[in-house]
Design a protein around this ligand. Structure first.
Ligand code: IMP
Ligand code: MG
Length: 179
């Protein structure tokens, strides 16, 4: 893996495809046990989570549904965008076990604003599964139930994550190069 340029920024290799896939396999194995017989709904938050969701869901062997929704826009390298209401939630979540699938938790703002809306529809349970957990950046009280990686508060791209819309289409994750 070599450095990766997206627009004006340089990124260095951070998590390899093998590291990512190993953690996803582990998570799938755990969810297959914990949610057996519950027919959970995997609620994937677009756009960043699409690759993570696909790789995770293809390893889910129990009966389960997947639903993709869109919540927020994200501009630049810090989480400033205002949260937009959920678009595309066309499945009833009432009485269902929900697993939210997020690419990354940064400040927690996005999910903090969305969770009460989801809870209002009275699902049986809501759990949060994330690929990347920027633990130091958390500013809103959000409980992450499953995290593949705890990462430092540095901007990352690749494997679904973008910098101004670009850089999503890699198998690895890259970290912003220190200047
Ligand atoms: P939060 O609301 O601050 O937790 O931000 C969550 C959203 O911000 C994620 O779903 C991402 O779309 C975006 N985000 C946060 N950190 C990064 C990053 O390092 N790279 C790319 N996107 C990020
Ligand atoms: Mg996202």
């Amino acid at each position: 893996m070599s450095t990766f340029k997206v627009l004006d920024k340089e990124f260095v290799p951070y998590l390899s495809e093998a590291d990512i896939q190993a953690k996803i396999a582990e998570l799938a194995k755990q969810l297959n046990v914990e949610y057996a017989g519950k027919k959970p709904i995997f609620l994937s938050i677009l756009n960043g989570s699409f690759l993570f969701t696909a790789d995770l869901f293809r390893q889910i062997t129990i009966e389960a549904e997947v639903c993709f929704i869109k919540l927020a826009s994200y501009k630049g390298t810090s989480s400033t965008g205002n949260v937009i209401t959920a678009i595309g939630l066309d499945t009833s979540v009432s009485g269902r076990d929900i697993i939210i699938i997020e690419d990354i938790i940064d400040t927690g703002k996005t999910l903090h604003h969305f969770l009460p809306q989801l809870a209002a529809q009275q699902p049986t349970s809501i759990k949060i599964a994330v690929l990347l957990n920027k633990t130091e950046a958390l500013a809103f009280p959000v409980k992450v139930d499953y995290a593949c990686f705890d990462i430092p508060n540095k901007f990352v791209v690749g494997y679904g994550l973008d910098y101004d819309g670009l850089g999503r289409n890699t198998r690895e994750i890259y970290q912003l190069k220190e200047s």
